[in-house]
Design a protein around this ligand. Structure first.
Ligand code: ADP
Ligand code: MG
Length: 263
């Protein structure tokens, strides 16, 4: 049995009286990769925001290691849960190393200086994400793929147990998408990081996660092991597409080719 690290119980979130998350229940297993998939506007980002405490929940409860996250102090929470959100402002004029160092804030605060341990962890995070070669470059001068790795380095500098990622591969070309997913997988396998990510590409979700949860209109439609949760019925009913299942000897799992939209 997998150990639960985060549990979402009877969650409701409303924006201006509009119900966006509608009695959602979800168990997130420690040390595993969970992908959240679903159509635009189904509530995926809101789930990430609810877990990272950046949106007000209307009712229900989210627990981290059996404690209500509302009751966990900010600094303690940041040492456990790091988030890379979908939209962020990019401060162009700061260097890569400075940004990654912000990840240590939960440990050192703004005013105390950086300890030897802080600087070792910042260097480790930059090395782990292969950004150390441009540690002195300004953020504004980096490519999309490089920038995304720097944000991950900042999250890693928090030394979190859980990393939340909202569409981490958006804006990246195919090569950099795979490079990022391989990095995430490696952080999961080697460093035991629990990963919760929102992905649009169903096939990438199938290949890179242990479990997939399909969301529609703020509810869990179906969830389960990634190798057997997606099929043409789900793609029809949730994503409104006709898809062909593809089995290939070089692939561990079946993937799906979207053929056309159901009118
Ligand atoms: P997803 O990430 O699955 O595309 P979101 O969680 O961003 O979906 O949004 C779910 C729904 O909530 C959408 O209908 C969206 O328009 C609405 N919504 C999101 N944020 C806000 C907000 N700040 N104010 C009002 N409505 C919002
Ligand atoms: Mg979103």
């Amino acid at each position: 049995m997998d150990k639960t690290i985060i549990s979402i119980q009877n969650l409701y979130v409303d924006y201006e009286k509009k119900k966006v998350i509608d009695n959602l229940n979800l168990e997130i297993a420690k040390g595993k990769i969970l992908s959240i998939v679903g159509p635009n506007g189904s509530g995926k980002s809101t789930i990430i925001k609810a877990i990272s405490r950046t949106v007000k929940i209307s009712s229900g409860m989210i627990c981290f290691e059996n404690r209500d996250i509302k009751k966990i102090k900010g600094m303690i929470f940041a040492k456990n849960v790091a988030v890379l959100s979908q939209q962020y402002d990019c401060p162009k004029d700061i260097s890569v190393k400075e940004l990654v160092s912000y990840g240590r804030f939960a440990y050192s605060g703004w005013f105390s200086g950086e300890t030897k341990e802080d600087s070792e962890i910042v260097n480790w995070a930059m090395k782990r994400t292969s950004v150390e070669e441009f540690e002195n470059r300004k953020l504004g001068t980096l490519s999309g793929g490089e920038k995304q790795r720097v944000w991950i380095a900042m999250a890693l500098a928090q030394k979190p147990q859980v990393l939340l990622l909202d569409e981490p591969t958006t804006y990246l070309d195919l090569c950099h998408q795979i490079e990022l997913l391989e990095l995430i997988k490696s952080l999961n396998i080697t460093d035991g990081l629990t990963v919760v990510m929102v992905l649009h590409d169903i096939n990438q979700a199938i290949q890179y996660s242990d479990k997939i949860v399909v969301i529609d209109q703020g509810k869990v439609v179906i969830e389960g092991l990634s190798e057997n949760i997606i099929n043409d019925k789900v793609l029809k009913s949730v994503f409104k597409i006709n898809a062909a299942e593809i089995n290939h000897s070089e692939l561990e799992r079946a993937i799906y080719y979207p053929k056309n939209v159901i009118n």
